[in-house]
Design a protein around this ligand. Structure first.
Ligand code: G3D
Length: 184
């Protein structure tokens, strides 16, 4: 996984980038971040709220939120101007999906609400369809439909299957982010 962090640093170089990682609890956000941060010193890690953490890796800021039902809808409501400061200058939103999770809240609707926020107009969206190793997981086509991603027209988006436990698929997602930083 040292290769993964090397790739991450190549992508982001010394410039400051802000990445927001969201997803329902148990989707695999912490595991993915761990894969990103492994072998590196986490410079800061502060808890903003009951379900938000901010982590700085050199000049890349990761803001990680657990989305959980009603609370998440309130948190992400565009009228929540107190969140402007956290959304501002965000270049990427990473949504982590538990690929077998057909029955829980529809994170696509929450993503839509979030992306409607003025401060996120320029953000690109990477969806990690995590836990692809688990039996009966949805493939990326099924997940695209489940999330109604075709309705997301104002933001570049990409869906990537992955297994955070092994790291498989994560470099490809980062590669897509890299392609966005060079074309933006
Ligand atoms: P969260 O931060 O989104 O809440 P976590 O989720 O990263 O804490 O992961 C929740 C559980 O899912 C963890 O298991 C973790 O090991 C597991 N997990 C994460 N990614 C994968 C994956 O790709 N495949 C499989 N099979 N499991 C994964 P525990 O047992 O520690 O709760």
């Amino acid at each position: 996984m040292g290769q993964l962090i090397a790739k991450l640093m190549r992508i982001f170089g010394s410039q400051e980038h802000k990445v927001i990682i969201v997803g329902l609890d148990n989707a695999g956000k912490t595991t993915i971040l761990y894969q990103f941060l492994i072998n590196e010193v986490v410079h800061t890690c502060s808890t903003i709220g009951s379900n938000a953490e901010e982590i700085a890796l050199q000049k890349t800021w990761f803001l990680m939120w657990d989305l959980g039902g009603q609370e998440a809808l309130l948190l992400l409501a565009p009228s929540g101007s107190s969140w402007d400061i956290y959304y501002s200058s965000t270049e990427f939103v990473i949504l982590v999906i538990y690929s077998t999770d057909r029955n829980r809240n529809h994170p696509g609707a929450e993503l839509c609400k979030m992306l409607a926020h003025e401060a996120l107009q320029e953000a690109s969206v990477l969806i990690f369809a995590n836990k692809q190793d688990v039996k009966d997981s949805m493939n990326i086509v099924e997940i695209s439909q489940f999330l109604t991603l075709s309705a997301t027209k104002d933001h570049p988006w990409h869906i990537q299957g992955c297994c955070a436990l092994t790291g498989e698929g994560l470099p490809a997602g980062l590669q897509w982010m890299q392609s966005q930083t060079t074309t933006n």
